[in-house]
Design a protein around this ligand. Structure first.
Ligand code: FES
Length: 152
């Protein structure tokens, strides 16, 4: 058994220590907002926060989480990230960012990490912070606009 803090709650999970956090979230805890894209750290669909830092859950063994706090898209509008999380989600809705939507939870998690550190990011800051989140529908222009909107 491994104990981890997920969205402010201590959870006991029965998973092999090498199991990627992504699969613990999706299969054991039914937190399916975190998506599987590539499984190799290349697409960003699986992005969650670990102690507020955008992190690829497909590359993070559950045993590596330790006492750090995991936040998923289901709770990005609560707790420590509440203010920024709510602003980002409102901007995403206002600017109708999503197309198919599959990558968008990962996009939002990365955007919240960016805005938590940098309240007024430039286009270059956004491109640097979001470069690891791939969108097959190419919603990048709306993502950038929504980050600026959330920063207002
Ligand atoms: Fe983790 Fe693609 S599924 S980066």
């Amino acid at each position: 058994m491994t104990q981890i803090s997920i969205n402010g709650v201590q959870r006991q999970v029965d998973a092999d220590p090498d199991t990627p956090l992504l699969w613990v979230l999706r299969d054991e805890l039914q937190l399916t907002g975190t998506k599987y894209g590539c499984g190799a750290g290349l697409c960003g669909a699986c992005t969650v926060h670990i102690d507020g830092q955008a992190t690829r859950s497909c590359l993070t063994p559950v045993s590596a989480v330790g006492a750090r706090k995991v936040t998923t898209i289901e709770a990005v509008d609560q707790g420590q990230s509440a203010r920024v999380g709510q602003a980002v989600q409102a901007a995403w809705v206002k600017l109708d960012v999503a197309q198919c939507g599959y990558c968008q939870s990962g996009q939002i998690m990365s955007a919240v990490t960016l805005l938590s550190r940098n309240r007024k990011p430039t286009d270059a800051d956004i491109d640097a912070a979001m470069g690891g989140n791939i969108c097959r529908c190419a919603t990048y222009v709306r993502i950038r606009a929504a980050i600026h909107e959330a920063a207002k």
